[in-house]
Design a protein around this ligand. Sequence first.
Ligand SMILES: [Zn+2]
Length: 64
Amino acid sequence: MNRECPECNGEMYYESNTKHFICKQCGLYATREDIYEILERKKPLKKKKSKEDEYLDWWLSSKK
Ligand SMILES: [Zn+2]
């Protein structure tokens, strides 16, 4: 279960006992929610949370 780091696009490892992702390259240590927030902040057009975003949140949180 590896993911791309939102900061450096490096490889991330999932630590299941703490439910945190750890970046192999920059050392970022974050939960899935933290990573999602970082990605949200990196969006060029930041606007208020819309219904679509809430739906996306729900969908992401439901996804295994
Ligand atoms: Zn990184």
